[in-house]
Design a protein around this ligand. Structure first.
Ligand SMILES: [Zn+2]
Ligand SMILES: [Zn+2]
Length: 197
């Protein structure tokens, strides 16, 4: 189709409500809108935000529909975006693993999985901080990031949530874990007196 404005063979918008194509091409319409926007910036911004405020549900529905249509219209764009994200993510993970291994080498100390299993067997497979029995992870009492060793005496079991909260602080929860164990067989009030918040 030839555009009336620029005289070139271009893409046109199609209006489903009026059931016809736009009078001028997509590019010319975009150009026109841009000019109008630049000349009336403040007014346009005010109008848009006021409309969004008054029609919250409508706007969010429009956004969802727009995203869905865009996904259907330009699948390649989204495939590429996903691919890029995955590549970056994998690279980040790889770098983290490399840094982690390098840290272990620098800080020294080593243990086997058997050592770790034995520790769990002796102390209890339980979060040393909160006593949770699920999602138990290996935690370095003195974190590798601040020079902690990778030896078994620097390890303690923590649940995923407590591990994340501890982050890069050095805290030894082993005494607390021993107390947890004792309280499970003895008296919970004793625990609360010593460690309760
Ligand atoms: Zn045009
Ligand atoms: Zn925990």
């Amino acid at each position: 189709m030839i555009c009336k404005k620029c005289g070139q063979d271009r893409e046109f918008y199609y209006s489903y409500t009026r059931r016809c194509f736009s009078e001028i091409c997509k590019d010319c319409i975009k150009e026109k809108r841009k000019k109008y926007y630049l000349a009336n910036k403040d007014e346009v911004k005010k109008r848009v935000s006021l409309y969004a405020l008054k029609n919250k549900a409508k706007v969010s529905e429009y956004k969802i529909n727009w995203a869905r249509n865009d996904r259907e219209l330009y699948p390649i764009k989204y495939q590429e975006r996903g691919k890029k994200y995955r590549i970056e993510h994998i690279e980040l993970r790889r770098r983290e693993l490399r840094d982690y291994r390098a840290r272990i080498k620098i800080n020294g100390g080593c243990h086997t999985e058997k050592d770790w299993e034995l520790l769990l067997k002796n102390l209890g497979k339980m979060c040393a901080k909160c006593g949770s029995l699920t999602n138990i992870e290996k935690d370095h009492i003195k974190p590798l990031s601040i020079g902690g060793r990778n030896s078994i005496d620097n390890l303690q079991p923590l649940c995923r949530s407590c591990n994340a909260k501890k982050y890069n602080k050095e805290v030894n929860y082993i005494p607390r874990l021993l107390f947890w164990r004792e309280c499970f067989v003895n008296d919970l009030t004793k625990f609360n007196q010593n460690y309760g918040n």
